[in-house]
Design a protein around this ligand. Structure first.
Ligand SMILES: N[C@@H](CCC(=O)N[C@@H](CS)C(=O)NCC(=O)O)C(=O)O
Length: 206
């Protein structure tokens, strides 16, 4: 059985739980404890993931770390419909484009703001919130005219961008000036086999 090293409140690990649920793949969760904002890992975990981060996936002999790599691997290996990772070159490129946003402005903006507010990570909250706003503007430019990020169906691009956008309120970032993004959050939550994580119900700051 697949093993996923994760934690309930990790949005990056939640991306993997979402795709595993959409693909209806059973797996075992191995929780990684957090202390002072850092994962408590030992040398055996560093053999699996030299960055010491979560998520990490073990599938037989295959060991992969990083949400982008794991989403891509699972979609290529297990999604026979090619729905979550389209093979058409343009749509494939569009998926990669949004995965890039997820690892850049979403991570350094929305992820960072939430980590500072919720988990006491050191950092500049206002700078993170500014970058978060830029990420939401880029998403809005697509989502005010199209339902999903890359083509007419949801893909791993939507999965990769969803968690920290849905958790924006936890970093005191207001999504309400972005109606296309709000509509997309609701559509994403309505997908078959959607699973939540604590906090993804709230869209706006308190
Ligand atoms: N680029 C990585 C980032 C992973 C990441 O930021 N993981 C966080 C939890 S969401 C983590 O492990 N933080 C604790 C640490 O670095 O010790 C991915 O997409 O998986």
């Amino acid at each position: 059985m697949l093993k996923l090293h994760d934690r309930d409140k990790s949005g990056n690990a939640y991306k993997i739980r979402l795709l595993l649920s959409f693909l209806n793949i059973p797996y075992e969760r191995i929780p990684v404890a957090l202390k002072n904002g850092r994962n408590q890992v030992d040398s055996s975990y560093l053999q699996l993931n030299p960055r010491g981060q979560i998520p990490t996936l073990q599938d037989g002999d295959a060991v992969l770390w990083g949400s982008t790599a794991i989403l891509s691997y699972l979609a290529l290996r297990y999604d026979k419909t090619e729905h979550w990772l389209p093979r058409d070159p343009v749509r494939f490129g569009q998926v990669m484009q949004w995965l890039e946003l997820a690892q850049n402005e979403i991570q350094s903006g929305l992820f960072q703001a939430r980590a500072i507010v919720q988990f006491g990570l050191a950092g500049d909250l206002q700078a993170a919130q500014r970058v978060a706003g830029q990420a939401l503007d880029v998403l809005e430019s697509r989502l005010r005219i199209e339902q999903w990020l890359a083509g007419p169906e949801p893909t791993i691009a939507d999965i990769a961008c969803f968690p920290y956008v849905a958790l924006a309120g936890e970093g005191k970032v207001d999504v309400s000036p972005h109606p296309g993004v709000q509509r997309w959050i609701d559509d994403f939550r309505s997908l078959d086999r959607f699973v939540g994580m604590p906090g993804t119900e709230a869209r706006c700051p308190d």
